[in-house]
Design a protein around this ligand. Structure first.
Ligand code: ADP
Length: 165
């Protein structure tokens, strides 16, 4: 049984994240989606809301092979304690590369047996980020091709037409 931990902020989950989860499930038996409780980063949605949206978005398709958890602190500690085999990350445009490269090498320095597996999303999602989705939604733009319908509604409710990025 191979398990990957897919860490991120997921504020909120987008179709790009979901694409990476389903690709990850082709390589791994289980994917643990690890939602970062980030005290420094101001998030639009609480960690509970972010987890609930991932759970709702993955409910029908992939039950049993996905676990959603929240974590604080060092990712490698969670990876070690959970017995996972790898870290899963998405790689979009070139701009992701440098940061991801540093993170992957740092994580391997901290926990030498851990490797990071990068997957590229469908090109439809290669320019998509949660931040962009929040910005578009906050100005009343249509985000329906970027996020599941219910996430679009949650964004609308949260923004209420007010800029909130
Ligand atoms: P973080 O704050 O860790 O970057 P994100 O929720 O923004 O958290 O992203 C989590 C992971 O998902 C990262 O590996 C990121 O590169 C990847 N990701 C985000 N959006 C997309 C997308 N549209 N397509 C593919 N991967 C994505």
């Amino acid at each position: 049984m191979r398990t990957a931990v897919y860490p991120g902020t997921f504020d909120p989950v987008t179709n790009g994240h979901l694409d990476i989860i389903s690709r990850g499930l082709k390589l791994f038996d289980h994917v643990i989606v690890a939602v970062l409780v980030n005290r420094e980063k101001h998030t639009m949605f609480t960690v509970g809301e972010r987890m609930e949206m991932i759970s709702e978005a993955t409910r029908d398709v992939l039950t049993g092979r996905i676990k959603i958890i929240s974590f604080n602190g060092l990712l490698v500690n969670y990876v070690r304690d959970s017995g996972a085999d790898a870290i899963l990350r998405g790689l979009r445009a070139i701009s992701d590369f440098e940061y991801e490269f540093q993170m992957a090498l740092m994580n391997r320095k901290l926990l030498k047996q851990v490797d990071t597996v990068f997957m590229m999303p469908d090109e439809r999602y290669s320019y998509l980020s949660s931040k962009l989705v929040r910005e578009v939604a906050s100005f009343g733009g249509d985000v329906s091709v970027f996020v599941p319908d219910f996430v679009g509604k949650r964004l609308e409710a949260k923004c209420g037409g007010r800029p909130h990025v």
